[in-house]
Design a protein around this ligand. Structure first.
Ligand SMILES: [Zn+2]
Length: 108
């Protein structure tokens, strides 16, 4: 995972209420559920792109940092074309990552 490289792309970030429900099992963090608020921005031929990538790659898609919590609200961005989802990559950042969130708000 290279955060610097990922951040260099001009990605369009979505802050639309997707959440990830997690369970801490000893020292492992398991993803229990990805909750999609609906809407057009995350929809693809494979359904919700956030669900698609997080169910495949889990926390590897996370390029932010925050204290673990049971329900984590995230921002997400897709690099590539959602028409060819296997060639694309999704990244997410917890909205409680203060550094990232401040940066994102400054771009809006
Ligand atoms: Zn969605």
């Amino acid at each position: 995972m290279n955060t610097a490289n990922a951040a260099q792309h001009d990605m369009r970030w979505h802050n639309d209420g997707h959440t990830i429900t997690m369970r801490i099992n000893r020292s492992e963090i398991e993803i229990v559920e990805v909750s999609c608020p609906g809407g057009d921005e995350c929809s693809s031929r494979s359904g919700c792109v956030v669900k698609y990538f997080v169910s495949r790659y889990g926390l590897e898609c996370n390029i932010g940092a925050c204290a673990p919590e049971e329900v984590m609200e995230i921002c997400w961005a897709l690099v590539g074309d959602d028409y060819d989802i296997d060639a694309a990559q999704l990244w997410f950042v917890p909205i409680k990552d203060e550094v990232f969130y401040a940066w994102m708000q400054s771009r809006v």
